[in-house]
Design a protein around this ligand. Structure first.
Ligand code: NAI
Length: 227
């Protein structure tokens, strides 16, 4: 796939499903050359976009692996020349348990993906955006990043941290023409949310009770905001 001078390049992590996939589709449909990055290669998802005439490519990457993230950004720039937009969205939940019952290994893996993963991606995205004179980054935090959520202490701690990281990096690079924001989705119907509700069938009803719209969100609604 070749790039014309006007085409912009977007990278979306955690784009094999859920919110990331909807966002990658939105970028591709808006005309971006879109790199769909995920720990499981989103080959079929990319094939569908390409069949619809979009410019999209799959890249397999574990965002918790610093070297792999550096290689992903290097590859994107070597292949398409620049990086205009990035959504750092890959995330995992911790098994649903009260804080003191979450093991150190579970905590460490959650932090490695949900916080260090965002850190890794932002660092190399920012270094590239500085070289090219600007860009825009969005990180996926959560409504739980400004409140709390039962049984998800490690995950929620990371989502709070992502907001602090986003705010500070946004200040650090505002004068360099790099916009850095976070989205804080409420509960969105994705494989992650479905998994949580499958393990606790009464949860959906409880969650919906607190949502003024009276329903869970849709991945496309977050994609519109991110775009
Ligand atoms: P999901 O589980 O449906 O999709 C997450 C994607 O991230 C998957 O494709 C998965 O393979 C990928 N991924 C997991 N670990 C990875 C790693 N180490 N490296 C690269 N990719 C990895 O989740 P969903 O719901 O689409 O969530 C996306 C983001 O939105 C996450 O950061 C999540 O915490 C956040 N979020 C989700 C909400 C929801 O209700 N679904 C609410 C608020 C925030």
């Amino acid at each position: 796939m070749t790039k014309t001078m006007e085409e912009k390049v977007a990278l979306v992590t955690g784009s094999a499903m859920g919110i990331g996939l909807a966002c990658a589709e939105a970028f591709a449909k808006a005309g971006y050359i879109t790199v769909l990055a995920d720990i499981r290669e989103p080959g079929e998802q990319v094939e569908k976009l390409v069949a619809e005439g979009q410019k999209a490519v799959a890249y397999r990457c574990d965002v918790s692996n610093t070297q792999a993230v550096k290689e992903m950004i290097d590859w994107t720039v070597a292949t398409y020349g620049r990086l205009d937009a990035a959504l750092n969205n890959a995330g995992i939940q911790t098994p649903q348990r009260p804080m003191a019952e979450i093991t150190d290994d579970e905590f460490d893996r959650t932090v490695a993906v949900d916080l260090k993963g965002v850190w890794n991606c932002m660092r190399y995205e920012i270094l590239q955006m500085l070289k090219q004179g600007g860009g825009a980054i969005v990180n996926t935090s959560s409504q739980g990043g400004v409140t709390g959520f039962p049984g998800q202490a490690a995950y929620i701690a990371c989502k709070h941290a992502v907001i602090g990281l986003t705010r500070t990096a946004a200040i650090d690079y505002a004068a360099k023409n790099i916009r850095i924001n976070a989205v804080c989705p409420g509960v969105i119907r994705t494989p992650m949310a479905e998994d949580l509700m499958r393990r606790d069938p009464s949860l959906e009803k409880e969650l919906v009770r607190d949502i003024p719209a009276g329903r869970l969100g849709k991945p496309e609604e977050i994609a519109n905001a991110v775009l």
